[in-house]
Design a protein around this ligand. Structure first.
Ligand SMILES: [Zn+2]
Length: 209
């Protein structure tokens, strides 16, 4: 049990060079006008370097969550209607290095002879692809590409899949135009793209929050 726990912790360690990142942050503090020796900043560069292992783990493929799926019907019921999940995410705008964060809504309609997925896996995958410098347009596609592949064994791909990301960007609210507001990006596959009723049903849940 103990060894298994250690293995999980080690698997989350990235290849980041923490001592180099610490050095660079000490230099950066000086360049922006800070005194890196003052009491409040002791330990800050190393703390930031350690934090980067977590918030930038999306660059390290070994941190990518395993996407386990199950045969539809395995637990005694074949489900072929819409499944909707929602959650939150945090990422970094690749143009300004500032956070963007908000909510996601994921939905899919499993194939009756296809696969189903545990929704915690969706959250882990959203968080993995968020853990790097990103743009919201790519993030929505990265997540759906992986989920579509995982849920699409031969001849039984899902009937449809959709992801909506709605996020505040600090590069819009704390600099430049200094406006609050949310950006929405959408990726639709199968029935969500082709069938207006399916799409509207899903969007009504999104609008309902
Ligand atoms: Zn930006």
């Amino acid at each position: 049990m103990f060894i298994a726990a250690i293995k999980i912790i080690l698997a989350m360690k990235t290849n980041l060079n923490k001592s180099r990142i610490t050095e660079l942050w000490i230099e950066l503090l000086g360049e922006i006008g800070e005194n890196d020796n003052r009491a409040g900043l002791q330990g800050t560069p190393l703390r930031i370097a350690s934090m980067y292992e977590e918030i930038f783990r999306g660059y390290d493929q070994k941190c990518k969550p395993m996407i386990t799926t199950f045969p539809n019907g395995e637990d005694g019921i074949v489900y072929n209607q819409m499944i909707i999940d929602q959650g939150t995410f945090h990422s970094f705008c690749e143009h300004h290095g500032l956070p963007f964060f908000g909510q996601y809504w994921f939905s899919y309609i499993p194939h009756a002879q296809g696969r189903i997925i545990g929704l915690s896996k969706v959250a882990h995958l959203v968080h993995f692809h968020s853990a790097k410098l990103q743009i919201q347009e790519r993030l929505v596609k990265d997540v759906i590409d992986d989920l579509w592949t995982a849920l699409s064994p031969a001849d039984s791909e899902p009937k449809g899949m959709a992801l909506v990301l709605k996020a505040r960007h600090l590069c819009k609210s704390m600099r430049g135009v200094k406006q609050e507001g949310e950006m929405i990006t959408i990726e639709l596959r199968g029935l969500f793209k082709e069938d207006q009723k399916t799409r509207q049903e899903f969007f009504s849940f999104v609008q309902g929050g």
